[in-house]
Design a protein around this ligand. Structure first.
Ligand SMILES: [Fe+2]
Length: 206
């Protein structure tokens, strides 16, 4: 029996701007990513048993394997990105205190917190669907911002996600309209539990 990725449950309070209906629908999408991750791994296992190893052989399972392998990172990262995103809201917003380790690390990297925040919000406004991400690079002890297209294109190898902001339209259009992207980003930060975000960097000795 193959190991299965389990769907996580999140304790999400009432949010400013983001409706319970949006969260409910969004969690269904998350559930789909978990299911599809498991389905792909099962299919890879099944097809690998009998697929011809020669690409272009016309073998049905060889062709299918190539396609689902290509799709795996989309489903897996879709699952994992959402686990970061929903956990950011758990237990309600907390202030980002001057003592917060992440705040100190951001100040060290960008000079001041507001400069980083403006940069991050600007990245979130990138046209298209994807994610604004803040990463920690333990190789160089640096923080880096990045835009990730879809769920998987543009992730930085070997870096740990710290903050993940979903900029797919399903995250905000029902509550904010397409033109309300900026307001959604503002409310994301109002709703953020900075202590939860800080946990992702606490394991590193900064
Ligand atoms: Fe999403």
């Amino acid at each position: 029996m193959l190991k299965q990725f389990e769907e996580k449950k999140f304790n999400i309070p009432k949010l400013k701007g983001i409706s319970a209906k949006t969260t409910e629908e969004h969690l269904k999408l998350y559930s789909g990513y978990v299911k599809n991750t498991n389905v792909i791994l099962a299919k890879i296992d099944e097809y690998s048993e009998d697929a011809e190893p020669i690409v272009g052989s016309g073998d049905e399972h060889t062709y299918a394997l190539g396609e689902i392998r290509r799709r795996f990172s989309f489903e897996f990262d879709g699952m994992r990105n959402h686990e970061y995103y929903f956990a950011h809201f758990e237990s309600g917003p907390t202030a980002l205190t001057a003592k917060n380790i992440l705040r100190k690390a951001i100040e060290k990297e960008w000079g001041n917190f507001d400069k980083w925040l403006a940069r991050f919000k600007s990245i979130a406004l990138t046209r298209g669907i994807g994610w604004a991400m803040l990463y920690y690079d333990s190789h160089t002890e640096r923080l880096l911002n990045a835009w990730v297209d879809e769920q998987h294109l543009g992730h930085l190898t070997g870096l740990a996600p710290i903050l993940a902001l979903d900029m797919w339209e399903h995250s905000y259009v029902a509550d904010y309209k397409p033109s309300g992207k900026k307001d959604y980003i503002e409310d994301f930060f109002v709703n953020l539990n900075w202590q939860n975000v800080e946990k992702h960097i606490k394991e590193y000795s900064l």
